[in-house]
Design a protein around this ligand. Sequence first.
Ligand code: AMP
Length: 373
Amino acid sequence: MKTILPNQTIGIIGGGQLGRMMALAAKEAGFKIAVLDPTENSPCGQVADIQIVAPYNDETALQELADVSDVITYEFENIDYEGLQQLCETAYVPQGAELVRITQNRMNEKAEIAASGAPVANYITAQNFEELQSKIEEIGYPCIVKTAFGGYDGKGQVKLDGPEELHQAASLFEHSVCIAEAFVPFEKEISVIIQRNAAGESFCLPIAENIHKNHILHESIVPARVHQEVLEKAEEAATQIANHLALVGTLAVEMFVLEDGNIIINELAPRPHNSGHYSIEACNVSQFHQHVRAVCGWPLREPKLWAPSIMVNVLGEHVEPLMKVINDFPDWSVHLYGKAEAKVKRKMGHVTIMTDNIESTLKEIDSTAIWSD
Ligand code: AMP
């Protein structure tokens, strides 16, 4: 395991908010940051020492990043797999390319989760609509058909309540091959963020309960309001998956919690996750600090939660109303990512609130009407 030290340069592929928060954490310790992103002054570009402005799959730009960096990481999974694979030959990429290959494709992802022994919903794979038609009875209804590639925030998926709705899934195949999985009547959604270094040392962050609106994460509540046994089961499953994948870096494991306390793994993200932003204020080590430690070959720190917390996402339409009341809530930690345009539904920032009373803080958040849409 190679150790990367302050004053050396961490190269980040992707210049969004995750890269920005990774860079800010790394810069505290004195690392330098180089970032590759197609846009000038991206959220991460604004805080980086070196900006390389080019598409993620531009070979020359990737090589330029490799030339100025002592270690390379990434902030999202939809980067070019072949490009990353090539980079592994010429640069130090401790996370490797395999995890990106797996998580870019729901077919591979489901197969790997199942192979790790962690529970997944019953599913089938289909290369085309005819194959879906012929196999769907294996899982029955209700079910969800999802494109294997490129879906996010609920895009690229259709819920089917019966065979009469099957035709609704046909257009998904214009984009990609698909999987179909049994609909899970979950009680709660939670996520476990697990981080591991090349020496095999790993820790999970305190587990978040996630509340979505319009398929976009709205709030994370930490610790998740589930029984201790559920938390233990969730950590165990995440550790099983991380070990199976020989994880280096960060893996977010999204899960459903059923009424009987059983869990089912939904999907993986091989990077810091929106549901872990609370850890910046609420933990002794944030997901971004820990990620930097993991990819730089440092020993990991055991995460501790200072106080129960709520993280609320700030989308484009929430920025203005939030600014109006910001002075009324001195306890709110406000983060904005430096994005130029506050487009509706675009993630512009988040707020973290540490509290000793989750329920009353949830009411306080609602009372502002910022998030009443
Ligand atoms: P995904 O893009 O797979 O994270 O799905 C987005 C959201 O759709 C999830 O956060 C769930 O709320 C819902 N969802 C996805 N898959 C299922 C499923 N098999 N059963 C029930 N709800 C699901």
